[in-house]
Design a protein around this ligand. Structure first.
Ligand SMILES: [Zn+2]
Length: 267
């Protein structure tokens, strides 16, 4: 029987994503660095805090600044939601979705938990509000794919061994595994000494590499869902891809194969 391995788009086996919170004006400089080196990120915004001070990206700038990246929820007003009644949490998330979607023009489906605050009840509530993943805080020090997308922990905060982990990630070569590197933080943290140099060095180190798929958080989720929709014959001799996009697999350690959307491919 054919042995099938899932691949990231393009047949790759490594993916890199980043996640930045609070929509502060330092995002401008960060986006410029990411764009220069081809990194892709998710930016988690609080739609109720735009007017609070002049340190935040304003609504009229959101669409153009974050183009090519993902805009995701961070709740309307950034409360510690594990302390709030559930209906209030629901309103904080749904109202944030509505406001952000009006700015970006696509469904906003991701969330970074404000203050890293979550509970089991909240993780059960979110899918019903159209939220498909929730990012927590802390560092896993791992390149493993997330087990639970509603409590998705990054590989590292950028102040936690960033360059050493980037070098480790670059050195990963075993094709029998899928690897994901995930970095999170706040762009204003780079204003401290050496901060901008650190993220620029990381971008230079990890950007523009042939074996890496650069994705936003929701693109990773969409990839996972697309792979899970593939319909393999019982003997793994052919597969139907019902998605609108191509999927990529390897069969018996051969070169990656592209499975065009809407087609059945013999393996
Ligand atoms: Zn925050």
């Amino acid at each position: 029987m054919n042995r099938v391995y899932y691949c990231f788009p393009g047949g790759k086996h490594k993916a890199l994503t980043l996640s930045y919170d609070d929509g502060r004006i330092q995002d401008r400089k960060l986006v410029e660095i990411f764009n220069r080196y081809g990194l892709r990120a998710t930016f988690n915004l609080n739609s109720g805090l735009f007017d609070r001070d002049d340190r935040r990206i304003q609504p009229e700038e959101v669409r153009t600044l974050y183009e090519g990246h993902e805009v995701a929820c961070h709740t309307v007003t950034h409360p510690t939601i594990a302390r709030c009644p559930l209906p209030e949490v629901a309103e904080e998330v749904l109202a944030d979705r509505r406001a952000l979607e009006a700015l970006v023009g696509y469904p906003v489906r991701g969330l970074a938990y404000p203050n890293g605050s979550l509970s089991e009840e909240i993780t059960r509530l979110l899918p019903g509000l159209g939220i498909e993943y929730g990012r927590v805080v802390g560092s896993s020090d791992s390149f493993a794919l997330p087990e639970n997308l509603m409590s998705w922990q990054a590989t590292c905060h950028h102040n936690h061994n960033l360059l050493a982990l980037g070098e480790q990630f670059n050195a990963l070569f075993k094709q029998q595994y899928l690897y994901l590197m995930y970095v999170w933080g706040h762009s204003y943290e780079f204003d401290m000494e050496g901060g901008w140099q650190l993220i620029e060095e990381f971008a230079k180190l990890t950007g523009g590499r042939e074996d890496v798929w650069y994705c936003t958080n929701i693109e990773y989720v969409d990839w996972k869902n697309a792979m899970e929709r593939l319909k393999f014959s019982a003997d793994n001799r052919f597969v139907y891809n019902p998605n609108a996009v191509s999927c990529w697999i390897r069969v018996n350690d051969g070169e990656p194969i592209e499975l065009p959307g809407g087609q059945t491919t013999a393996l």
